[in-house]
Design a protein around this ligand. Structure first.
Ligand code: SF4
Ligand code: SF4
Length: 116
């Protein structure tokens, strides 16, 4: 017979907790501090855009969870600055949502196709 896994926290009286009773989670000490951290370091794939196919709808910019797609003058920033690789985590959401399949995810470290 397997042992019942014990909860790390005693939450039996949680219904009566006030805000101060909840254990602290991650703390973000300052607003807007993402520029201080390079969080794209563990990306295994990176996006590339085909400018010939792209219709500049900006949907990729809207859906990127890391705000890693740059826009200038209401268009995607030209290559090679389109994707901020300091923050892009390679999730592929942009490639998945692009209505004309203009974004391709390629493995990091591979020979990249020529950027247009
Ligand atoms: S791969 Fe993910 S994090 Fe990177 S630009 Fe696309 S949506 Fe943003
Ligand atoms: S979603 Fe696709 S077509 Fe729209 S701007 Fe991004 S790359 Fe271009």
């Amino acid at each position: 017979m397997s042992e019942t896994k014990q909860s790390k926290w005693d939450i039996s009286d949680m219904d009566s907790w006030t805000a101060e009773d909840f254990p602290l989670g991650a703390v973000i000490p300052d607003s807007g501090n993402s520029r201080d951290y390079v969080t794209g370091g563990w990306r295994s794939e990176r996006p590339i855009r085909n400018v010939d196919t792209c219709i500049e709808c900006l949907l990729c910019w809207i859906v990127c969870p890391d705000t890693a797609i740059r826009v200038a003058d209401e268009k995607l920033a030209p290559d090679p600055d389109t994707f901020n690789l300091d923050h892009c985590k390679g999730c592929g959401v942009c490639a998945n949502e692009c209505p004309v399949e203009a974004i391709t995810m390629v493995p990091e470290g591979c020979e990249l196709p020529e950027v247009k």
